[in-house]
Ligand binder design. Structure first.
Ligand code: PXP
Length: 237
């Protein structure tokens, strides 16, 4: 099971002061030291967290799977072809959203996605589609020529009780159909230390892509040491 760690939030903290720290590239190398199999970054149209420079440096530094999450726009395709990540995950993108809120409209955008995937494939870069856990969306993903799908686990993560079971079932079924269609099946969004196990146990799943909960935990488990080091520095002789 692959763990791809999304380090966008590190850049979000940096951008809160428009300074040089914390550096998402350093975070990525430490994540790899911790066992991450890959690093994911979402280069958004408004560059609110990751910048083009971050992506270029990450391409040089990350020897593991570098996954570029991006909208299927002309600008992003051009950047992907230039930087050559190890894989591209196509996601829908709205300026006003806090995070990627839903899967791609693969049915409505089928022809456009097909064309974009072909261009990315011409550069030998595999493509994953971030989709809702609907059987129809998995079927159409296959027709676009994508190599992989990433099943959106956001609804599962937010649901409680019986609803959660239903959402888990949807994710499970989507993975099953994807495998049947020879599509590699990943999952991600909203996964955390409490809800990840049921998803990780799904038969045939290739990898999980997680950001928010890992970066959140990193802040908490690191704060004690950070304060201790500052106290040490300001201590009078
Ligand atoms: N997968 C995709 C396609 C995403 O857009 C995101 C969020 O950037 C994630 C996974 C990670 O989600 P989270 O930050 O909730 O773990």
């Amino acid at each position: 099971m692959i763990l791809g760690v999304n380090v966008d939030h590190v850049a979000t903290v940096r951008e809160a002061r428009k300074t040089f720290e914390p550096d998402p590239v350093m975070a990525a190398t430490l994540a790899v030291l911790g066992g991450a199999d890959g690093i994911t970054v979402h280069l958004r149209e408004d560059r609110r967290h990751m910048h083009d420079r971050d992506l270029r440096i990450l391409r040089e530094v990350v020897q593991h799977e570098l996954n570029l999450e991006m909208a299927a726009t002309e600008e992003m395709v051009r950047i992907a072809l230039e930087v050559k990540p190890d894989m591209v995950t196509l996601v829908p993108e709205k300026r006003e959203e806090l995070t990627t809120e839903g899967g791609l409209d693969v049915i409505g955008q089928k022809d456009h996605l097909k064309e974009v995937i072909k261009r990315i494939h011409d550069a030998n870069i595999p493509v994953s589609l971030f989709i809702n856990p609907h059987i129809m969306d998995v079927d159409v993903s296959r027709e676009t020529g994508a190599d992989m799908v990433e099943i959106h686990t956001g609804l599962y993560a937010n649901a409680k009780g019986k609803r959660r079971e239903e959402e888990l079932h949807r994710v499970r079924e989507s993975v099953k159909i994807a495998k049947r269609q020879s599509l590699a099946a990943n999952a991600g969004h909203g996964l955390n230390y409490f809800n990840v196990k049921s998803i990780a146990e799904i038969e045939g799943i290739r990898g999980l892509y997680i950001g928010h909960s890992i970066i959140s935990r990193a802040v908490l488990v690191g704060i004690e040491r950070a304060v201790r080091e500052m106290k040490e520095l300001i201590k009078k002789p």
